[in-house]
Design a binder for this molecule. Structure first.
Ligand code: AMP
Ligand code: ZN
Length: 728
């Protein structure tokens, strides 16, 4: 039987069904005012593997997943001061219900794409307000809740078991919740809202015996789980962030209402991180399935990636890891495709079947050891088990893995003329005419087909979208993937480095103006196309095809600012490196003066726009002065390439550009270099769109975060300030 970690008892426990042969599961579902991100999907995948594991063992599973279609009282919504999607949709004349419907359908489509078996019920919160009110009224009657001015609160002190799920993890979270919801009407700051009076102008509201209002967040899951699964059910799942306050609240409500334990086992999935940090919209790393699909990566490669880590450990999502998963999935499917060609043979060895399958199920049952189960699948693939039996086994494994391992075999149909060309190639080969045989293979490849010679003969299949994409320009998923040329000797006089992310017109202006002023100097232009999708990438490709001085390096998604710039730093080969922002335009001879400034070995960084500070807190621009500065702004930032050996690369925790230049300037100062500005350098500044097109609240927050990173590193180093050096 399946064993799972029960957050409530803090032990791995056997899931013993309350009713023989049946298991009832409730999964906290999506909030449908936005797309589910891939972290959410990881949580739903965990629930899906649990369900598949149970069904594969002939248990009848009832699975309920709620749809939160009221974005009320969620922390994030409160913090944002409303939901932008709703605001936008309302501006377009849509109703909240239409928005919810739109994202609900996208959610269903996403689940299907990663082979999540649909739940039996997807109850919507707005359809169950009556059931929620029934529980709230019940709680008021039994003294677990109280009303103040049309609001109803759960009285935490009245429920002994409060805290049993989250234990000591709740304290910090509780403080945070109290800070966000400092509500003077509560008797105890721990009390939480069950029903809230509607403020004037609110659209989503319902009548109640306390007047018009709307339900708290936790109450929907109490109401819907009890309605669809009864007053006792087996398993409740969610992500770890649900433990407190959501599930702690749900237990208090449900048990306060029914007077008995409701859920036997609570299982929580650890988070998916992205590029090493928590996913957040503002950090640009809150990926959704469409981000994966837009790169021609199979959504099931994401499922494969999630199989490689156990649900109780964090998993770091990177596109590099995803591409590795895509390759793994592709190889495995290809094997299955080969076995398909030779079925029948040896597939009736019942003892071997039972043994392999038993090993597989044991791994899955061991607290969902999916990495082990995947490894066993590969062990089978590499073993000398006959192909027919491999096929039978892998089919039964895939009922739980859900990777669609046989999908390509069905899609690998090829037209007759292609088959004829394959036969012709075989004929050439067996006649020893290898060169024509190879060119026949190449022409099939150009036509989009892969010819593979296997031990079972030659087979042909259409290339996958992913394989076709690999034939286009290469793109990197991280700066770590890009080789460093820093230890190579200089190969040009000047490298001009640009990071381009959309705004194709700005990119053109910047690149062409720089080339206009390089004269006949020996330059290279290293442009990182940082995940552009507005045509900037194509323009750069064309420009570089027509001008060998331009080199374009693509990334497959938008990397953080420091990571993108580090790609420039690792790849440039010029003696002098000039980093330009795409908002700049070179309007005169920039390069001779920069060269002259950097001839002085004590100068590390040169550029037009310097910054000074006396206290590390207030940076002000050089105000037209020239001379020593504390930092150089990123618009134009020049240095000798050789200095990188000591200075190093930029810190990639800086995902946003702001304050990264200050931080990097301090790296130079830390190595004893001076930062020198000349405001007469011929650079014109245009609108800086990354700044101007970001909502104010977002850019403030991002700037603040980066500033904190800067201070954490440099606050104890006031001796680096130019003002302090002058005084010595
Ligand atoms: P929400 O739409 O915010 O209610 O979240 C839906 C589900 O996804 C909940 O079970 C969350 O606990 C879970 N979840 C949220 N963020 C992540 C993440 N980064 N990784 C894994 N699961 C998550
Ligand atoms: Zn829930």
């Amino acid at each position: 039987m399946l064993r799972l970690y029960n957050t409530l008892t803090r032990r791995v426990e056997e899931l013993s069904p309350l009713e023989a042969g049946r298991v009832k599961i409730y999964t906290c579902g999506p909030t449908v005012y936005r797309d589910a991100h891939i972290g959410n999907l990881r949580s739903y995948l965990m629930a899906d593997w649990i369900r598949r594991a149970l069904e594969a063992q002939n248990l009848e599973v009832t699975h309920v997943k709620n749809i939160t279609d009221v974005g009320h009282m969620r922390q994030e919504v409160l913090e944002q001061g409303g939901d932008k999607v709703i605001a936008a949709a309302i501006a377009e004349g849509k109703t909240p219900a239409e928005i919810a419907q739109f994202y609900t359908e996208r959610f269903f489509a996403d689940e299907l794409k990663v082979n999540i078996i649909p739940a039996m019920h997807f109850p919507k919160a707005t359809d169950h307000v009556a059931e929620m009110l029934e529980i709230v009224e019940g709680l008021v009657e039994t003294g677990h809740a109280y009303e103040v001015h049309g609001n109803v609160y759960f009285d935490v002190a009245s429920f002994d078991g409060y805290g049993k799920l989250s234990g000591n993890i709740q304290e910090a979270e509780l403080l945070e919740a109290v800070r966000v919801e400092a509500d003077p009407l509560k008797r105890d700051p721990r009390d939480f809202t069950l029903w809230k009076q509607a403020e004037p102008g609110r659209e989503l509201k319902w009548p109640s015996r306390w007047g018009e209002g709307f339900p708290g967040w936790h109450i929907e899951c109490s109401a819907m789980s009890v309605k669809y699964l009864g007053r006792r059910f087996d398993l409740h799942t969610g992500g770890v962030d649900n433990i407190f306050p959501h599930h702690e609240g749900e237990i208090a409500q449900s048990e306060g209402f029914t007077g008995e334990p409701v859920v036997s086992v609570w299982t929580h999935g650890q988070h998916l991180l992205a590029d090493g940090v928590k996913m957040a919209k503002s950090a640009g790393n809150s990926f959704i399935l469409a981000d994966i699909e837009s790169q021609d990566i199979d959504p099931l490669a994401f499922r494969y990636l999630c199989l490689t880590a156990r649900y109780r450990t964090r998993l770091n999502f990177t596109f590099t890891a995803l591409k590795a998963a895509q390759r793994g999935l592709h190889r495995l499917r290809n094997r299955v495709w080969e076995w398909n060609a030779a079925p029948g043979e040896g597939d009736s060895n019942e003892d071997a079947f039972i043994e392999w399958r038993g090993r597989f199920v044991d791994l899955v049952n061991d607290d969902l050891n999916m990495p082990g189960a995947l490894a066993l699948t590969w062990e089978l693939a590499r073993s000398d088990v006959p192909a027919g039996l491999k096929l039978r086994l892998v089919r039964s494994f895939d009922e739980i893995l859900g990777l669609g391992l046989e999908q390509p075999a069905a899609a690998h149909l090829v037209p007759d003329d292609v088959k004829a060309r394959v036969s012709e190639r075989l004929r050439l080969r067996s006649a020893g005419e290898y060169a024509p045989a190879d060119s026949a293979r190449d022409s099939l490849s150009d036509a989009g087909y892969v010819v593979e010679d296997t031990t079972n003969g030659t087979r042909v299949r259409p290339k996958t979208a992913w394989e076709r994409r690999q034939e286009g320009w290469h793109s990197y998923s991280s700066s770590a993937e890009v080789p460093s040329l820093l230890d190579k000797p200089d190969a040009a006089d000047i490298s001009i480095g640009v990071v381009a992310c959309n705004y194709v017109e700005d990119v053109k202006r910047c690149v062409l103006s720089a080339l206009n002023w390089v004269g006949d100097r020996d330059v290279e232009l290293v442009v990182v196309d940082n995940g552009s999708d507005d045509g900037a990438a194509d323009w750069l490709e064309e420009a570089s095809a027509g001008d060998p001085r331009i080199r374009v390096i693509h990334t497959d998604h938008v990397l953080g600012e420091a990571a993108a710039k580090n790609i420039v730093l690792k790849q440039c080969r010029g003696k002098l490196v000039v980093l330009l922002d795409t908002s700049t335009e070179v309007v005169g001879d920039l390069f001779d003066p920069l060269d002259a400034m950097l001839e002085d070995e004590s100068v590390g960084v040169a550029g037009p726009f310097g910054l000074r500070t006396n206290d590390l807190h207030h940076f002000h621009d050089g105000e037209g002065e020239s001379g020593d500065m504390d930092a150089m702004q990123a618009y134009c930032f020049a240095f000798r390439r050789e200095s990188l050996a000591g200075v190093g690369l930029m810190r990639e925790s800086f995902r946003f550009y702001r304050n990264l230049d200050i931080d990097y300037s301090f790296h130079f100062k830390d190595r004893g270099y001076r930062i020198v500005a000349d405001p007469t350098l011929p650079i014109a500044l245009h609108e800086h769109r990354v700044w101007s097109e970001l909502p104010e609240a977002e850019r403030d927050e991002l700037s603040r975060k980066n500033y904190r990173r800067f201070l954490d590193k440099w606050r104890e180093r006031p001796e680096l300030l130019h003002s302090n050096r002058g005084a010595q």
